[in-house]
Design a protein around this ligand. Sequence first.
Ligand code: GLC
Length: 650
Amino acid sequence: MVEYDWRPEPARKSLNRILPEVEKMFAAELQKAPHEWHKFKIRLHREWERLFIYLHQLYGWQYDFFYTLQRILHSLVQYWLERPVELKLLDEKRETDPHWFLSEKVVGGVLYVDLFSDNLAKLDDHISYFKKLGLTYLHLMPLFAVPKGDNDGGYAVSDYRAINPDIGTMEELSKLAAALRDEGISLVLDFVFNHTSDEHIWAQKAKSGDPDFMAYYYTYPDRELPDQFQKYLRDIFPTVRKGSFTWCEEMKRWVLTTFNSFQWDLNYSNPEVFRAMAEEMFFLANQGIEVLRLDAVAFIWKRLGTNCENQPEAHTIIRAFNAMTKIVAPCLLFKSEAIVHPDEVIQYIHRDECQLSYNPLLMALLWEALATREVKLLEYSMRNRYPTPAGCTWVNFIRCHDDIGWTFDDQDARNVGIDPVAHRKFLNKFYTGDYPGSYAKGVPFQFNADTGDVRISGTFSSLAGLEDAIEKQDNELIEQAVRRVNLLRSIQVSIGGIPLLYIGDEWGMLNDYTYLTDPGKVNDSRWVHRSRKRWNAREDLTDQDTLEWRFFHEMVELFNLRKKLPALQNGGMEIIHTENPHLFGYNRAFKDQKILIINNFSEKPQKMDALHLNACGVKRDVVNLINNEILSSGSDLVLNGHQSVWLDIS
Ligand code: GLC
C-alpha cells in the first residue's frame, strides 16, 4: 500500500496564505514587471512543495514554523527583485539549456586573486590569459573580509557582503563577473556556510551577550555538552589544536569550532541561521556568481552522539537551498566539497542537491597509481564508483589548494589485494620523499600523533618529480616528470566531468617554501602549494624555449582537443580491463563518436595485445588523437613510459 503523504496539502495551503501578503508588501515593485512576476510564480509553485517538505523536516516541530515560512518567502521575493536584469536573462538561458556544464567545452581553473594578480582590479587584465588557456569556468578562492593574520586561507569569513579590502570591492567583483560572462567564462565562488569567523557581526553580537545571536552558534556555559560531543568528533587540524570547542572569554562560554578556533560553527537547527545564510547566498548570486562551491558540506548539521558529519539534515539543508535557487536564481549551480569517504561523497550529488562535486577519489587514486605504477585500485574503484546521477557531474582535479588525503575505501583496497592501512603509510612515505627511489617532494600536513594519520601538501609538479629532477639537473628525470604530469592531465581531461586546473600548474609551478618564514602560515604546510610565484612569460607566450611554456602549451593542446570531442562530455564512460597491470583504460562514447583511452602508469613501455584491443573495439586502423599516429589494425599497442593514447574507434 502506498503510504498517504499529508504534506502536499499543507504546502499548498501555506503558500496560498503567505503569497498574497507578500504580494501586497512588494506590490509597487511587482506591478512594474507583471510578466516577470508571473514567471517567478511558476517557478515558486513548481518548487514550493519540496521546499516546504525540507523545511518541515528541519523546522516543522518548532512553534513558529509558519513564521519561518513567511520569512523565507519574503526573502525569496526580495532577492529576486534585487536580481539584475542581465542575470535574469541568464537564468532564462540556462533554464532552456540546464545541462550546459556537462559539455566537453567546459574547462575550469581556480586561483587565489591576491597570489595571482594582487587584486581584483588587476585580474581583469588577465582575462585574455584565461581565454588562451581555454577556461570557461573560473573559481576565485575566498576573497571576503577576514580576520588579519591566520584566517584559514580566507575560509574564516567576517562578512559575506564585503571583499577583503586588500583584494578589492564587491562592485569590482560584480564587474569582473560581467566581464568574464561576456567572454563565456562562468564565475565560481566559495560559499563558506558551515562557519563564520569569530569577527563576523553575528559572532560579535553573540559575544556581547545578545541571545538571538548566541543562538546562531553552538555555545555552552560549561563542559558538560562539549565533553559529550567531543567523544565522537575528530580533530581536523590536529597539529594546530586538540578538541573542537573554544573558550570565549567575552561570553564566558564554550563555542563549537570544528576547524580552527576562530571559525565558529553555525547552528542550522535555528531557522534564522538558515534564512540569514540563504540571504547571503542570494546576495552573492546577484553579483553574477554562477556556481557556488559549498564548503565543508559534510559538517553543517550536528547531532550529539555522532561524529557530526554527513548527517541526513545536511542533505536536507542543501536541498532546501537548491529549491530556493531554482526559484530566485535558476542559473546558480552548487558544487559539493565533501572530502569524506566515497560512499558519502556521492550522496551529495543530485540534481536537487549539488549538481557538481569535487572528485577526491579520482584525485587520490591517480596519485596512488602513479606511485605504485599499478592501476588495480584505480580501475576497481572507478568501475564501481564513477557514475553520477543524471544531470550531474564530477569536477576533476589533480591538485587544489588543500592537501591530498587517501580517501579510498578500505574494502575496495582489500578486494584487489591491498592492505589499506599499510598502503596509506606507503603512500605517505612515497609522497614525502621518504621511500627509496621516490621522486616526490611532498610535505606532511596535519600529522596526528594519536592515529598516525598524515596528509600530503605539495604542487603537482613537485609531487610528480620535477623539483627533484631540476635539483639534480638531470634532463632525463625532467622528461620523466613532464610525462607523469601529462599522463595525469590526460585522464583528468578525458575521463568525464569538468577538468579543474589549479592555476600555476599549467606552467609547472614548484613548491614554494617561503611560508616557513611567515608566522601566520608556518603551521599550515598547504601554503607550500599556495604560491605567489609567477611565470614571467605568462603574458608573453612567445618565450617558447622554457619548460613553463611547454607545460602551458601542452595543457592548452589537451583542452582544445577535449573541446573538439563530443564523446568527452559527461556520461558514456566505461572502464575496460586492459589485462596489463600498468594500463588504465576506458571508453568514452557519445552518439557516433567512440574513443578508447589507454594510460600507461609505468615508466617502462607496456603492451596491450591486438586480440584484446579488437575485443575493446579496435576493428581497423585507428588514429591516436593525441599525436595523430596510426595504429594499424591487427597490431599490438605499445605505449611508451607514462604515455596516454586516445584512439578514435568511432
Ligand atoms: C574546506 C577548505 C579548506 C578549509 C576548510 C574549512 O575544506 O577547502 O581549505 O580549511 O574547508 O573552511
